[in-house]
Design a protein around this ligand. Structure first.
Ligand SMILES: [Zn+2]
Length: 228
C-alpha cells in the first residue's frame, strides 16, 4: 500500500515501497510523475488528492516507474525510452517529450531536461518557480543502476555536468529513490564518483542484483551498480 505524504500546498510524494512518485498540481491541471513499481492504483491515488485532471509523465521506462501506466489513456515519456517500454509490455499512447519542452500546469511551468545515462530517454523536470529539480533515478542517494545494455556512464557524466551548470535554478532535488530531498551538491559528488569508476580509481564489490552479477561501487553519498 502506497504511503502519501504532502510536501507542500501543491506537491505530494507517493511512496511505493522503495520507489517514489510525485503528484504536482497547478491552477489548471495536475501531473503524476511516474506510476510506481507495484501500484496499478496510482491514477486513483492521484485523483483522490486533486480535483484537477491528472496527466502522467514517466521520468524513464524502468519497470519500477511504470506499474500504473495502464490506467491512463496516454503518458508522456522521452521517445528514446519507448522501445524498452514496449518490449516490456508497456501499454497506452505516448506523447513524446523533448529536451526543453515546458509543461504548464497553470502558474507552474515545468521544464523537461533530457538527461541520458541511466537510460537513453531519462528526463528530469525543473520546477523553476519552486526551485526544485525532480531527478528520477539519476540524482539520488541510493544505488544508481549503470549495468546492462541501456546504461551509459559517459552520457550520465555529461548529463550531470549539464545539471551542475543549472544549479542556480534549484535549491532542492526530489529523487525517485533514497533520501528525500537531496542537496544539489550531490550532483558534483556523483560526477566525481562516476569519473573514479571509469578511471579505475575505486574498488567495487562483486554482488548479485536480481539474478544478475554486478559490481557495486559504494560511496558515502550513493552507489553505482555497474557491469562486471
Ligand atoms: Zn527506479
Amino acid at each position: 500500500m502506497a504511503e502519501i505524504i504532502k510536501i507542500n500546498g501543491n506537491s505530494w510524494r507517493i511512496e511505493d515501497g522503495f520507489v517514489r512518485m510525485f503528484l504536482l498540481t497547478g491552477t489548471q491541471t495536475a501531473l503524476l510523475v511516474d506510476s510506481g513499481a507495484t501500484c496499478p492504483e496510482a491514477r486513483q491515488i492521484a485523483e483522490s488528492l486533486t480535483d484537477k485532471p491528472v496527466a502522467l509523465l514517466n521520468t524513464h521506462s524502468d519497470p519500477d516507474h511504470v506499474s500504473g501506466n495502464g490506467a491512463f489513456g496516454f503518458f508522456m515519456m522521452q521517445y528514446e525510452d519507448e522501445p524498452y517500454y514496449r518490449q516490456t509490455g508497456g501499454q497506452g499512447m505516448m506523447m513524446p517529450l523533448r529536451d526543453g519542452d515546458v509543461l504548464d500546469l497553470g502558474g507552474r511551468p515545468l521544464k523537461v531536461i533530457h538527461i541520458p545515462g541511466h537510460t537513453p530517454g531519462s528526463v528530469a523536470l525543473l520546477d523553476e518557480n519552486a526551485g526544485v529539480l525532480i531527478s528520477g533515478d539519476s540524482v539520488q542517494s541510493d544505488n544508481i543502476f549503470m549495468f546492462g545494455p541501456r546504461r551509459n556512464i559517459h552520457d550520465f557524466i555529461n548529463s550531470m555536468e549539464m545539471l551542475k551548470g543549472m544549479k542556480d535554478s534549484f535549491a532542492e532535488v526530489w529523487p525517485s529513490h533514497g533520501s528525500f530531498p537531496v542537496e544539489p551538491d550531490l550532483i558534483d559528488k556523483l560526477i566525481e564518483g562516476a569519473r573514479q569508476i571509469i578511471d579505475g580509481k575505486v574498488t567495487g564489490t562483486q554482488t548479485v542484483h536480481r539474478d544478475t552479477p554486478v559490481m557495486l561501487y559504494k560511496f558515502p553519498y550513493a552507489g553505482f551498480f555497474c557491469d562486471l
